[in-house]
Design a protein around this ligand. Sequence first.
Ligand SMILES: CC(C)(COP(=O)(O)OP(=O)(O)OC[C@H]1O[C@@H](n2cnc3c(N)ncnc32)[C@H](O)[C@@H]1OP(=O)(O)O)[C@@H](O)C(=O)NCCC(=O)NCCS
Length: 178
Amino acid sequence: MSPNIKEPRSLIPIIREATEADAASLAALVQQLGRNDPFMVVSGFDPVTGVELLRSVIGATSDDGLFRIFVAECSGELAGLAICRRHPPPERDRVLQLDIGVDAQWRRVRVGTALVQFVLDWAQQNAIERVQLAVVSANTPAVALYERNGFEVEGTLRRSFRLDDDVYDVHVMARLLA
Ligand SMILES: CC(C)(COP(=O)(O)OP(=O)(O)OC[C@H]1O[C@@H](n2cnc3c(N)ncnc32)[C@H](O)[C@@H]1OP(=O)(O)O)[C@@H](O)C(=O)NCCC(=O)NCCS
C-alpha cells in the first residue's frame, strides 16, 4: 500500500460518556469547531471559555447532574461530541438542550447521526420529554441532520445572530419524546 494511503477507518462510531482522559482531545475539538465553524457558537456554548466549562463537567458530570457530555470515537480518535444540558427542576427538568459538533475529518460518515440517536435514546431512558436546540438557519448540514432525526422547526428568531458583517436567522428546533 502506498505510504500516502491511510488504512480504512472504522465507520461505526462508539458513543460513550466523556471521561477525564478525553479532556485534552475534547478541548482541541472544541477549539477546532470554534475556529472553523462559527455557527456552532449560537447555542451558547462558547468555544473559548467553553473549554474550561468542559473540563469542569467531564467525567462525573456536574454536581447538580445537569450536564452530560457524550463523545463519538472512531478508530480510537475523538470524532465528535454532544453536550447535553438539562434544565433545573421543577418546571423544565424534562427538557434537554443539545449541542453537537463533529471533527471536520469525520463528517458525512454518520457520526452526527450516531450522536443524535444516542442522545435521543438516553433522553428517553431518563424521562426527558423534549430535546431542543438552536441552529443558524443557514447551517444547512446541521438543519438537515436534525430534520432527518425527527426534529422540527418550531420558530425562527429573525436576524438574531451576527457574524462579521452578516446577520442570520436562528431556528429553534425540537423533538418531542413523550
Ligand atoms: C452538523 C454536523 C454535526 C453533521 O455531522 P455529520 O457527522 O457530518 O452528519 P451525518 O454524517 O450524520 O449526516 C446526516 C445527514 O445530515 C445531512 N448532512 C450532513 N452534512 C451535510 C452537508 N454538509 N450538506 C448537506 N447535508 C448534510 C445529510 O442529510 C446527512 O445524511 P446523508 O449523508 O445520508 O445525506 C457537522 O457538520 C458539524 O459538526 N458541523 C459544525 C458544528 C455545527 O454546526 N454543529 C451544530 C450546531 S447547532
